[in-house]
Design a binder for this molecule. Sequence first.
Ligand code: KG4
Ligand code: ZN
Length: 348
Amino acid sequence: MMAQESTRLLLALETTCDETAAAVIDERLRVLGSVVASQEPLHAQFGGVVPEMASRAHVQRILPVIEQTLRKAQVKPSQLSAVAVAVMPGLAGSLLVGLAAAKALALALKVPLVGINHLFAHIYACRLAAGREVFPCVGYVVSGGHTCLYHCRSATEFELLGATVDDAAGEAFDKVASLLGLPFPGGPAISRVAQGGNPQAYRFPRPLLGEGLNFSFSGLKTAVRYAIGSPGQSRKQVCHQAEQLSPKQVADLAASFQQAVVDVLVDKAVAALEHTGLNRLCVGGGVAANRLFRSQLQQAVQQRGAELIIAPMELCTDNAVMGAIAWEYLRAGKTSSLDIDITPGVIR
Ligand code: KG4
Ligand code: ZN
């Protein structure tokens, strides 16, 4: 799409984890250009994201990704009206690369800088997908790094209702997949293998089910480990045991684990709707790709007469388009000063 003379343009940057992304979005939330450079092949060999490698890869990619995005959008830097960047939460080294680039651009172009919360942006992806107002709603981020529920009163007022006290849901998928000898990222691999399995074959725990809005997945991961080997065995020994499992056993383990995670995820979403009295749920993050999760959630939300919005996959996984939330802050006059810092953790 060509840049329109009359609308202002925002450049959004995203470097919170292992994707280097940039996008140009106009004030009417139209996407003029978007680029996501994934580092997945780089980290796959280690079965998870290696923070130091991620920051170095961001350094190599950030300028080419910005240039490519501007080229796609057919926009010159001088046409930009604002620069947005995710400053929280995420890997410290990764966040710093995006923030340094955004500060330099904002300073050089003399335009406002907007530091945004990556998790709020994930929820805002639903606003973009819906093409209409979605607030107030319960916002739900289910990704590799985070599992968070928010009471979103408006596009700029989010209150944390609950979050994981240990592993994120996606992280649990990744760790269990690695235990079972399945490739990284583990979510898609587990759900693929689980198709041939019996979800009732193993009675795995549903941690914190019916107990408030926080999550805990690390015990569930350990339960899978103990289903394969014995408590005294090292991780290496358990992985070796897993290699001896039949395809049917692996499928049953994957299906039973997936069912346990989905049961908890759906239960908490319904509990958050109940707690807030709201009737709209907006879901973001990579785990939202999970078919079982989507269908079970749809059913549960529908049963309550509530509305479910899940952004399409390209907006669910990390991208810079969802940085369009910065327009809400710009409209509210909430910009950041050039000495803004990163905040790696989730603010409780
Ligand atoms: O949102 P995302 O792209 O990155 C983060 O910001 O974390 O999410 C990636 C996570 C990974 O943990 C991956 O295993 C998980 O999403 N994931 C899935 C599925 N597809 C991706 N988990 C379960 N089922 C899936 N189909
Ligand atoms: Zn994310």
